[in-house]
Design a binder for this molecule. Structure first.
Ligand code: NAP
Ligand code: G3P
Length: 471
């Protein structure tokens, strides 16, 4: 069985303690990662601290050049990285490859944007202080703890690691257990890219066992976390750093306001709901529309769901097994609850272990759990509401506020409704999505805190340092 070792202070850790990573497709062992204990975790933070000042004092262009060597290695190892990703999270090979391509673009964009983080030069004149000139530069915060979820082990890891490093921070990176083979490979490639020792440390092991040891370490200056609401909020309460960016769950609604382009609306809804089997924070997780529109929309949705292919990620099927049996049982529980409360099952509701057939559920009412809870799987509830005010109210009543979609040919109507939707972003006439990655990306309410995106991540991983010249 292939071993993937943690990396601390530029060296592989060989403590002979392992955590097996299960392949969700066939339950085989995809590989094993180092199961770290407390002493090594402390060493990771200590080496990040020790190396930080020298790294920050390294010229920006030199830092970019070192990180660019790393980027070249990511490109050279693209196929292996994609295969490993598929083996540990059952994302189709083609989607794993496109996640890597997208991230390479993000890295290049980040290098360019880092060069434009110019200082502010201000005079005090407007405040009656004519003799003061302030120069406010963005400087590194120090040691950044990056924690990523299972669903984008490459993109959501590097969207934190690269902006942190390029601005002169050092990083301790904790990948999700499902995703830690890719995470460990990032550590290995950082050694091959000759990263200065200590600037990038990969700590692996189960979050529930070593999470507190990691998040409560006193060396942390900033935490960037992506994952579930419960773990994110727990870290916010218990973690050692008050400086925290959280990207959490969602229950993105698609509001269909007219029947002008139902073919395009239905295509977007199905892509948005069932991409990577619904395991995207930004997946469309409920459709809200009127009875009249639903009567025409639903047959198109059924038709498209019936065309989705189901099976192995190695064969690039659209619907692949969800991450584990626990997740599959949770998703099935949501469907069972809706059935008990008289929802109409239109497709799917078939389960082969953790492979869930894409399930459309119509006539979902507000008493059903699936109207409110995030399934993180291939099921889509349709809520019929005839009054537009009520549609907006239900869209906004959610504990989540990540994204929303509005489908409407009349741009004025669409904009009027969009302004009233309480989410980080509203997409008009498209599925909800994070990309392109240069856009600010944020969730409000329980969906997060702070903003990601290329420029926004560079800002959140730096602080102002002012020098005031008195003359
Ligand atoms: P998760 O269970 O919350 O895990 C996220 C990360 O936290 C993993 O690295 C996990 O490690 C770690 N962790 C677990 N317990 C911890 C603890 N006590 N202390 C510190 N770290 C701990 O989430 P997931 O299942 O991987 O991802 C799915 C969730 O992420 C969904 O809710 C989805 O909406 C959300 N998400 C949000 C965004 C966004 O941008 N808003 C993007 C992607 C995903 P282990 O794996 O070892 O437990
Ligand atoms: O769920 C992770 C988030 O980053 C999704 O990105 O482009 O699939 O919306 P995207």
């Amino acid at each position: 069985m292939k071993e993937y070792k943690a990396v601390i202070n530029g060296e592989f850790i060989d403590n002979n303690e392992w955590l097996e990573i299960i392949n969700p497709t066939d339950n085989s062992i995809a590989g094993k990662v180092t199961a770290l204990k407390g002493k090594d975790i402390n060493n990771a933070f200590e080496s990040a601290r020790k190396s930080q000042e020298a790294w920050e004092n390294t010229h920006l262009l030199k830092r970019i050049s070192i990180l660019n060597n790393f980027k070249k290695l990511l490109i050279q190892n693209k196929n292996n990285l994609a295969e490993v990703m598929t083996s540990e999270i059952a994302k189709s090979l083609k989607d794993s490859l496109s996640e890597i391509d997208r991230t390479i673009e993000l890295i290049e964009y980040t290098f360019e944007e880092a060069k434009r983080m110019d200082p502010l030069a201000l005079t005090g004149e407007g405040m009656g202080a004519k003799n003061k000139l302030g120069i406010f530069s963005r400087v590194a915060k120090g040691v950044v703890l990056a924690i990523s979820p299972f669903n984008y082990p490459f993109n959501l890891a590097l969207a934190k690691i690269i902006p942190a490093l390029v601005m002169g921070n050092t990083v301790v990176f904790k990948p999700a257990t499902a995703g830690s083979l890719v995470g460990s490979l990032l550590g290995k490639l950082s050694i091959e890219a000759n990263f200065p020792k200590g600037i990038f440390n990969v700590v692996t092991g189960r979050g529930r066992e070593i999470g507190d040891l990691i998040t409560m370490n006193k060396e942390i200056d900033m935490i960037s976390f992506t994952g579930s609401v419960s773990i994110g909020n727990n870290i916010k309460e218990k973690g050692s750093s008050k400086d925290i960016v959280l990207e959490l769950g969602g229950k993105d609604p698609a509001l269909v306001l007219d029947d002008n382009n139902l073919e395009s609306y239905s295509k977007n809804i199905i892509d948005g709901a069932f991409g990577y089997s619904g395991q995207r924070c930004t997946a469309i997780k409920r459709v809200i529309t009127t009875n009249k529109i639903a009567d025409k929309l639903v047959p198109l949705l059924i038709d498209k769901v019936n065309k989705l292919t189901i099976g192995s990620p190695y064969e690039n099927k659209d619907i692949t097994p969800v991450i584990d049996q626990k997740s599959a049982d949770f998703i099935k529980g949501l469907v069972e609850d809706a059935k008990l409360k008289k929802a109409t099952i239109l497709t799917g509701d078939k389960y082969i272990k953790n492979l869930i057939y894409p399930t459309l559920i119509d006539n979902v009412t507000l008493e059903m759990r699936v109207a409110w809870e995030e399934p993180f799987g291939p099921i889509l509830p349709i809520i019929r509401i005839d009054n537009i005010e009520e549609m907006i109210r239900v869209a906004n009543e959610s504990e989540f506020g990540l994204q929303a979609s509005i489908f409407c040919a009349d741009i004025n109507n669409a904009l009027q409704v969009a302004k009233r939707i309480k989410t980080g972003t509203v997409n008009i006439n498209s599925k909800s999505q994070r990309g392109p990655d240069c856009f600010p990306f944020l969730g409000i309410k329980n969906s997060g805190q702070g903003v990601q995106g290329v420029r926004e991540s560079l800002l959140s991983m730096t602080r102002y340092h002012g020098i005031v010249i008195n003359y």
